[in-house]
Design a protein around this ligand. Structure first.
Ligand SMILES: NC(=O)c1ccc[n+]([C@@H]2O[C@H](COP(=O)([O-])OP(=O)(O)OC[C@H]3O[C@@H](n4cnc5c(N)ncnc54)[C@H](OP(=O)(O)O)[C@@H]3O)[C@@H](O)[C@H]2O)c1
Length: 249
């Protein structure tokens, strides 16, 4: 049995990872503001890590405002790796996003995630980074964001995606808790490439929203103009099994 702290353990992926690890017999702490642990203020962080040899960080800022996201990820990552160093943590598993390594990186959220990865790499804490594509659970949120851009219809970037089930991401992260740190980054994606518009439209339809979703070359993706293949993983990505159609049903 390993003692593991899941930072962001009350979120979408965090809840799944926590459940998998507990089922596997590990002692798991779910750390987040709702359990009294805040990486930005530092509250409760040392206590949350005490005795843990593995930390899985699946935390995420509550906003997409570029300055706030940068500030959050910068502070949160520095706070976490400093506490891990004090606690003697042996493996930090970080969840990041496919595309963060591209330079220049136009998407502000991804730039901040790349900054967090760089802090981790330079921290001296042994680590593994997993970069995932868009979660199936995120499809409707992309649609909501596109609708909030001030148009009547839903217009998304004319790009392709290879989205993945949150459950498959969680399985990969939980498995890494039992492995040695890789000291590098790996990618994970779903089994199918599809148009972003198609992905969003199918996810919206599944929650009863039949608004047409249009692929618009001028539409931004979370504040940035992107290339058609910008969100796709590289050829060495691990391919997860769950298909969107199976997840939707
Ligand atoms: N969405 C995607 O398609 C996608 C793709 C690739 C990678 N990712 C990455 O996957 C990770 C997990 O995403 P998710 O959808 O599971 O996120 P989520 O459901 O929004 O959960 C975020 C978690 O972070 C916690 N948190 C917020 N502020 C915090 C703070 N100051 N200190 C500590 N914890 C804090 C939240 O705690 P509370 O519950 O207390 O608010 C929650 O547990 C993120 O790092 C994200 O960047 C996402």
């Amino acid at each position: 049995m390993t003692r593991i702290t899941v930072v962001g353990g009350t979120g979408l992926i965090g809840r799944k990872v926590t459940a998998l690890l507990r089922t596997a017999g590990h002692e798991v702490r779910a750390a987040s503001p709702s359990t009294g642990v805040d990486l930005v203020t530092g509250a409760g962080v040392d206590d949350a890590l005490a005795g843990s040899s593995v930390v899985i960080d699946v935390s995420k800022p509550r906003t997409y405002d570029p300055d706030e996201v940068w500030r959050h990820i910068d502070l949160a990552t520095r706070t976490l790796v400093a506490a891990e160093t004090r606690a003697g943590v042996l493996h930090h598993v970080a969840l990041s996003a496919v595309g963060t390594e591209r330079d220049p990186q136009p998407i502000p959220f991804y730039r901040a995630k790349a900054h967090g990865e760089a802090i981790l790499r330079g921290s001296g804490v042994p680590f593994s980074i997993v970069r995932a594509t868009q979660f199936f659970e995120f499809g409707a949120q992309i649609g909501a964001q596109a609708r909030a851009a001030g148009t009547d219809d839903v217009r998304v970037a004319d790009a392709e995606v290879q989205p993945i089930a949150g459950d498959d991401v969680a399985v990969q992260l939980a498995g890494l808790a039992d492995e040695a740190p890789s000291g590098g980054a790996s990618e994970i994606a779903g089994p199918e490439v599809m148009a972003l518009a198609d992905f969003v439209s199918r996810c919206l339809a599944a929650i009863g929203d039949d608004q047409p979703v249009i692929a618009d070359p001028r539409a931004l993706y979370f504040g940035a103009a992107i290339e058609r293949d910008e969100l796709l993983p590289g050829e060495n990505a691990r391919i997860a099994p769950t298909r969107l159609s199976d997840w939707l049903t």
